[in-house]
Design a protein around this ligand. Structure first.
Ligand code: ING
Length: 313
């Protein structure tokens, strides 16, 4: 029995700071309609898909920062997206900025959710690898203040049964770290969805700029292959408030092959019929973790933030 999930990578072009959530949701519903007309079961939107990528600016006022966050999901401006999805019987991954109150204090996370065809939130994830910096660094052409605006995610890398498979999520910089895929791989993940906002220019390492597409594909293709999973990477693309962000949204098979890709930097849908049983060709052979992985031989790595591992004898 094959388990086909038809996936739409719903890349978004630039979102202006002045663009309302209502205007953005309308763009997202249009991509959802296109996806449905092509038989998609699921659409994947970018990271922080409801607003412009606000960590590019330094804000003094917490009130201004909080204006980019969602206090409820769905809320009044996002409910039309949930309603449209339920009406079309299509699921979606949505990245957004989450404000919540936990353990008696206000928390800020860079969050994604997976919603099934019936409109139920099946999985929530909060971004763990926050790139950039925590305080204003005026030397930069633009800021990348995720470490200042978000807390490190506190939900780990979980998976959930949905769309007839084992689904997992990550967000943007997470895709550059092998742990992201392996932690879900050890839970049997069959599809990892990842939204991203990636500037072409990386101020600390401008020599990497010309490799931004290569690195984008490298990390998702290797994560897919080394864990026998599908990977769907979806960009917020184009020149957004003066900053060029890569598109290069792709759908990657467990083989590591790219099976669908966006070729513009605007609102664009790339579609693939993803056979989840293709994952078994790798999970049952080369990456049969039970048979071939040797964690007891790797040496005990006790990692605490800031700890310097002892020198190897
Ligand atoms: N953006 C970028 C990303 O990891 C970055 C940050 C850009 C890191 C270029 C390295 C090189 O794709 C987010 N939002 O994580």
């Amino acid at each position: 029995m094959t388990r086909i999930v038809t996936v739409g990578a719903a890349q978004l072009g630039p979102i202006a700071r002045a663009e309302s959530r209502t205007q953005v949701v309308a763009r997202m519903i249009e991509l959802m309609r296109q996806a449905k007309s092509h038989g998609c079961d699921l659409v994947v939107y970018p990271e922080l898909a409801l607003t412009t990528f606000f960590p590019r600016w330094y804000f003094e006022s917490q009130e201004e920062i909080d204006s980019f966050f969602e206090r409820e999901m769905p809320g009044p401006e996002t409910r039309p997206l949930f309603d449209a999805a339920r009406a079309m019987a299509i699921g979606f991954y949505l990245g957004y900025a989450e404000i919540t109150e936990e353990e008696g204090r206000v928390r800020h996370f860079n969050t994604s959710i997976l919603v099934d065809k019936a409109g139920a939130i099946k999985l929530k994830y909060r971004k763990i690898h926050l790139p950039g910096h925590a305080t204003h660094e005026p030397w930069r052409r633009f800021q990348h203040l995720e470490k200042g605006y978000f807390e490190t995610g506190n939900l780990g890398f979980g998976v959930a049964r949905a769309f007839d498979g084992v689904m997992g999520m990550a967000i943007c910089n997470d895709r550059r770290w092998p742990e992201t895929y392996r932690v879900m791989g050890l839970q049997g993940v069959e599809m990892v969805m990842i939204g991203y906002n990636t500037p072409v220019h990386n101020p600390p390492a401008p020599e990497h700029d010309s490799l931004s597409h290569f690195h984008n594909e490298l990390v998702m293709r290797s994560g897919a292959y080394q864990n026998g999973t599908w990977v769907v990477g979806v960009a917020k693309a184009g020149n957004e408030e003066g900053v060029d962000q890569i598109g290069n949204s792709i759908i990657v098979a467990p083989s590591g092959e790219i099976v669908a890709a966006c070729t513009t930097t605007g609102d664009e849908l790339a579609i693939a019929r993803c056979d989840l049983d293709l994952t078994l060709s790798y999970k049952n052979t080369t990456f049969n973790f039970a048979k071939h992985r040797e964690p007891q031989a790797y040496g005990l790595i006790v990692e605490r933030k800031g700890a310097v591992p002892p020198p190897l004898e």
